[in-house]
Design a protein around this ligand. Sequence first.
Ligand code: DAH
Length: 356
Amino acid sequence: MDDLKNKYLSEILSAQDETTLEAIRLQAVGKKGEVALKMRELGKMSPEERKVAGPALNALKDEINSALSAKKVALEDAALEARLADEWLDVTLPSRERPQGSIHPVSRVMEEISTIFADLGFAVAEGPQVEDDWHNFDALNIPPHHPARQEHDTFYMHRDASDERPPHVLRTHTSPVQIRSMLKQGAPLRVIAPGRVYRCDYDQTHTPMFHQIEGLALGKDISMANLKWVLEEFYTAFFGRPVKTRFRASHFPFTEPSAEVDVQCKWENGTVTVGEGDDWLEVLGSGMVHPNVLRSGGIDPNEYQGFAFGMGIDRLAMLKYGIPDLRAFFDSDLRWLKHYGFNPLVTPTLAGGIHG
Ligand code: DAH
């Protein structure tokens, strides 16, 4: 009997997994196992022999069973330990570097411009890029057959002869947002509207899609003087240095009087620096809002007046950040974006600030 006990206890001790352990269990104390066979032999024994052998067999069975369950627990513990060791990870390790996108110069400049105008009390307004021709032209005092319609190289949306909706265009400027803002908010009003505009044009300084920012300020006594002050503040804040501006008489259908605005600049070796020298660079169209435009916006021109302006954002980005070719702005070349883009985690700070 001791042989049996030693044999099984050492087998149990050296078992490496639960499958082996189960095989040992069946062979030793299973229904048809060795101990069971020995139990069956008890019947052939004399009562004296049985008195000794019976309890001994039961004790053997108990001993094997408890060795089995002890080993089972030990195996489970070992498996858990192994898993813990295997799945350990060092949370203090620095993470692997991931390529990070950058902010496009146009987005960055839009954000800078919006920040400056927010300081001057202007809210941001938006309008659709697919615009009806009333908002894009008629409401802005550009009737059908007005030469300005041709000058705009408009993209018309395709439509069937049976289509009864008003003709739609890709907006050629952000000025229709003036009308939408007036109709929605009434006067007094101070908004800017940055966004995409479209014209059928493509060369080194023109892309079929580009960006403009519109400005509109309406009140009882808003004048050209306010326009001049706001724009001077804006350019000084945007370029981070005092910038002289020049107002030239001009013509736009939606303003009367109208002025084009130039900023002081210097040309040197094919590059231009704003805020120095004695050359001038045209950057913006503006004027006092035409009474017809106020009427289209549901505003009484005898009660309210104000100024409007519109400028190209892409050009400002080129000037401020020394970017030579406009077309590269929209090529989505990752090398270009990496070079001219901005860290998304750094928000614009404005060197010039707002005075007055
Ligand atoms: N909409 C004009 C353009 O795209 C720019 C412009 C000129 C906007 C004068 C204005 C303005 O608001 O007053 O060329």
